[in-house]
Design a protein around this ligand. Structure first.
Ligand SMILES: [Zn+2]
Length: 327
């Protein structure tokens, strides 16, 4: 599959819309991207009233965008029921809650509508081709009331849609990194969404207690995943595995190691999801990983580039120079 002609698709890059008021002494917990815009701040009260979302394309990243409100992604489960007699509206509510989690905490939403169906094959996938109406199509491999499994699969595929996966070759050298970020999307989202449900944000009131099941699902899923004390230690592991990553993008255990490495960063600063929108812009099929990181950095709007630097640094790589950036 070659580079699609709609590479210039417009996406909402949502720069935080937030007003934080903190009345405790100590370090302001606002995320670093928001800090870029802080107009007032002191130890006891932090007021960030930079509000805006901007439309950004590869060609106008440096221009001042018109203020727009991010739209919630329309998501439709495109079949009458979800197996085992379960109504499609329940599956749809889970998918909508996933997208809502990315919007509320990360400030990101996919640009177009999404149709969700069950896959005939036993794996989930985000299709390259849109539906006749232009909707992105996500096929899931679950049925019945396995909501954690459904949410996990949908969050992963939704992340692929956020990266406009259809604009790049299906097979490229750094597909493993996109796969790892999409695993991170699942792990981060279920944990965050579970907390939201427990806090009263469930689609239905009687689903509130299921929030703990969402959190437990990812805790169990990641409990045996190796962790590293320092970025340098992780970089050493990554470098020793890069050839295997290049050869097999979807080794889920390896993808999960990368995801778990980045999870604390995204937990502390969910606005980092905003730079994932630019991961595939300008992607070159045969770049090695350091070059891929540099390209991602260069393709990201300047105001958001510190987030790419931060993510790379967590993996032991530097990207904000023109020099070879091997750790
Ligand atoms: Zn994937």
């Amino acid at each position: 599959m070659g580079i699609a002609t709609d590479h210039e698709v417009r996406r909402n890059a949502i720069i935080t819309t937030s007003i934080h008021l903190f009345k405790q002494d100590g370090e302001c917990p606002c995320n670093p991207l928001s800090r870029l815009y802080a107009s007032a701040r002191n130890k006891s009260v932090c007021l960030i009233a930079f509000v805006l979302a901007c439309l950004v394309t590869r060609n106008d990243v440096a221009q001042q965008p018109p203020p727009v409100k991010p739209e919630r992604t329309p998501i439709t489960v495109d079949q009458p029921e979800w197996g085992e007699g379960i109504g499609a509206e329940n599956a749809q509510a889970v998918c909508v809650s996933v997208a809502k989690t990315f919007l509320l905490h990360g400030g990101v939403a996919s640009a177009g509508s999404i149709l969700v169906r069950q896959n005939k094959d036993p794996w989930p996938i985000a299709l390259t081709d849109p539906a006749p109406g232009g909707e992105r199509v996500i096929l899931l491999a679950t049925s019945g009331t396995y909501w954690s499994q459904l949410a996990y699969q949908f969050a992963h595929e939704y992340c692929h849609v956020l990266t406009t996966h259809w604009t790049v070759p299906v097979k490229h050298k750094n597909m493993w990194f996109a796969e790892s970020l999409c695993e991170l999307a699942s792990i981060w989202c279920l944990d965050r969404m579970g907390a939201d449900w427990l806090d009263g944000g469930a689609p239905y009131g009687n689903w509130k207690s299921y929030g703990q099941a969402l959190k437990d699902y990812v805790a169990e899923h990641t409990k045996d995943t190796p962790t590293f004390k320092t970025p340098e230690a992780f970089a050493a592991w990554l470098n020793s595995n890069l050839d295997d990553f290049y050869a097999d993008a979807t080794n889920r255990e390896r993808n999960k190691v990368v995801a778990v490495r980045l999870l604390p960063l995204f937990r502390n600063d969910p606005a980092l999801w905003q730079v994932v929108l630019y991961l595939n812009d300008g992607l070159r099929r045969d770049d090695d990983f350091p070059a891929h990181l540099r390209q991602w950095h260069a393709s990201t709007p300047p105001v958001l580039r510190p987030a790419v630097v931060k993510i790379a640094a967590e993996m032991g790589f530097a990207v904000n120079t023109n020099e070879d950036n091997k750790p």
